[in-house]
Structures are given as structure tokens and as C-alpha cells.
Design a protein around this ligand. Structure first.
Ligand code: AMP
Length: 327
């Protein structure tokens, strides 16, 4: 995740990705690594003096949401310079045409016309490096990153075909709610669009934001039948409310028995119950910043040791090793 805004995340990040990270790392099936991608964030204009706070805020959010540093590795991208090194080598097997097709590049260059930089264009190559550097097989992301991940797979195949089987092909892993819409109901939830509920919003703020949230435009008054499949509030219920209750909400919405106001009230309670413990852990961590910094330091150390090995293999495969025995 990019450390944007104040570094803290919104519930789109949480329900689309972070919650999944927590359960995957707890299952213990994978050796997992989670990164704060500050080098990616440098593609948007920012104040250098604010970046440390943003990085800290994102790392703190990871830990507050439940990532346990004893079960996974949490680190900051710029602490492992091999990400940038691998990105360069991968860029030499990445077709320009593929980068031109990336929706996020098109959207961002439209949104930030004054700063369409080369980093924004090659962003997916750095993302491929983030993944391949650790020979990752599974990448838990939200829907908006699936296209980039497809390109990572393509880059992986191209590299392996040219230089030998160095990397396994990574696969995306999505949650049941891979795309959380914003409170406007029109666009993806995003901090920069001002349509987000933040992970650290207080209960009253959550209540107010949900009250004003867009639902189904055809359900105008109490008693009108609703269409849960087009309602963002219902999507949030599917992510947070127990399955049996979700079915009941679905049926009552369709019959008109459940009004939007009551449906939002139920969601407010469920969401605040989910966020409460996360916010309590965040407050604890804020009072002991050195705990977060220690996690990042040892995470970086572990990440660097994997990265060093991968880069030795990559350089060897690419012939960038003049000291190798000459035949
Ligand atoms: P970002 O830092 O915005 O690139 O996003 C970090 C992670 O959160 C990525 O895995 C995204 O796919 C995911 N994400 C961001 N916004 C949303 C959203 N509105 N719904 C679902 N997932 C999201």
C-alpha cells in the first residue's frame, strides 16, 4: 500500500486487501511479506518533510489491523534498494505498449495533468519487482490492482523465457469485496476523491458519513423494494456482517421491509464494532512509536536478505557477473 494522505488507510484498503493480509498471515500457510510502498508514492507530488509521518501511519495501520510481526514480515520499500534495481532489469523485458494500456496510468495522468512523470508510467514495473523480488506466488490485492498483477505475470513469463526460470508466476488473491465504492456510490473509495471512511474515523464520524452515503437511487422511500446488488451499503454488509444476517438483509431490502436508514444503522454498529479494536491498538502503538520502528527495522533486514539472494540469481542469469568463471 502507498503511504498517501496522512498515511492512514480507508476501509476500501482494509476490506479490499488488509483484512485479507491479516487472515492469510494468521493461517500460516504462506511465508508472507507486507510492504509500505513509499517509492511508489513518490510518483505523486508530495512534501518530503511529510513522508516519514505517512510511512509511519501506514505501518502503524498494518499492525493495528492485526498483522503480527512474529508471523509475517513488515517493511518499507525504500529500505530495500533491490526493488529499484530489479525494476530496472524488468523494464528491459516490459513492452511499452503494455504500459500504455494500464488503466491506472491513464486515469492518473488525466487526474494529475501537471505531473505526468516517467515513474507514473513505469509504476507497474516497480510493482512487478516488489512481487518477484520475493518470488511471491500469491498477491492479495483489491480489484484495481488486478490489471497490474496481470502485467507482473507477463513480465515474469518474459523474463523467465529470456533468462531462465528464476521467478514463479504470481497469482492475485481477492476478498469477497474486491472493490469498495466511495460514499458517493459513483467511484472507487479513495482518499484523494474525498469519498472515504477512514480506518481511524471515530464512531460518530462513521455514523454521519454512512447516513449521507449513496444507496440505490430507485429506492426513494420506506417500503420501496431495493436492489442490494447495486447498493454500496449492502456490499459493506457482505464484507462485515455474518452471512446469515446478510441473507436476511438481502431479502428484507428486496421486499421493501428494510429501509435504507435502518440498514445503514445496522452497518454503522457492525463497522464501529470492527474498527473499535483496531483503533484501540493504534492508540497503544502511537504511544510507543519505537515498537513500530523496531518491527520495520527487523522486517527490512529479513526482506534485504531474501532480496540479496534473488538479485544474485538475477544478475547471474542475465550475465551481469564478470567474476563468474570464464569458459
Ligand atoms: P493503493 O495504496 O491505493 O494502491 O491501495 C492499496 C491496496 O488497497 C491495493 O491492494 C488496492 O487494490 C486496495 N484498494 C484500494 N482502494 C480500494 C477500494 N476502494 N476497494 C477495494 N480495494 C481497494
Amino acid at each position: 500500500m502507498q503511504p498517501t494522505g496522512s498515511g492512514e488507510l480507508h476501509i476500501g484498503n482494509y476490506l479490499g486487501a488488509l483484512k485479507n493480509w491479516v487472515s492469510l498471515s494468521r493461517e500460516g500457510v504462506y511465508d508472507s511479506l507486507f510492504c509500505v510502498v513509499d517509492a511508489h508514492a513518490a510518483t505523486s507530488e508530495y512534501e518530503a518533510s511529510e513522508m516519514p509521518t505517512r510511512i509511519f501511519g501506514t505501518a502503524l495501520s498494518y499492525l493495528a489491523a492485526g498483522l503480527d510481526p512474529d508471523r509475517c514480515t513488515v517493511f518499507v520499500q525504500s529500505d530495500v534498494p533491490q526493488h529499484m534495481e530489479l525494476a530496472w532489469y524488468l523494464s528491459t523485458v516490459t513492452p511499452m505498449g503494455d504500459l500504455h494500456r494500464m488503466t491506472q496510468f491513464k486515469e492518473k495522468s488525466e487526474q494529475f495533468k501537471q505531473n505526468v512523470n516517467a515513474g507514473l508510467f513505469t509504476y507497474p514495473v516497480l510493482m512487478a519487482a516488489d512481487i518477484l523480488l520475493y518470488r511471491a506466488t500469491v498477491v492479495p490485492v483489491g480489484n484495481d490492482q488486478v490489471q497490474h498483477l496481470e502485467l507482473s505475470r507477463e513480465i515474469c513469463r518474459k523474463f523467465n523465457a529470456r533468462f531462465g526460470e528464476i521467478f514463479p508466476e504470481p497469482k492475485p488473491k481477492l476478498t469477497v469485496t474486491p472493490r469498495i465504492m466511495g460514499l458517493d456510490g459513483k467511484r472507487k473509495m479513495s482518499k484523494s476523491l474525498g469519498n472515504a471512511i477512514d480506518l481511524f474515523d471515530e464512531p460518530k464520524v462513521v455514523e454521519k458519513k454512512l447516513k449521507g452515503a449513496f444507496t440505490d437511487e430507485l429506492k426513494l422511500k420506506m417500503g420501496d423494494p431495493g436492489r442490494p446488488e447495486v447498493c454500496n451499503i449492502f456490499t459493506l454488509h457482505t464484507a462485515l456482517t455474518p452471512a446469515g444476517e446478510v441473507q436476511q438483509i438481502d431479502a428484507e431490502c428486496r421486499s421493501g421491509a428494510l429501509g435504507c436508514g435502518s440498514c445503514k444503522k445496522r452497518l454503522t454498529e457492525t463497522l464501529n464494532a470492527e474498527l473499535g479494536p483496531i483503533q484501540a491498538r493504534a492508540a497503544e502503538l502511537r504511544a510507543q512509536p519505537e515498537r513500530v520502528l523496531r518491527v520495520l527495522e527487523s522486517g527490512a533486514e529479513r526482506a534485504r536478505s531474501i532480496a540479496t539472494q534473488t538479485m544474485a540469481d538475477v544478475r547471474q542469469a542475465m550475465g551481469m557477473n564478470v567474476r563468474a568463471p570464464q569458459s
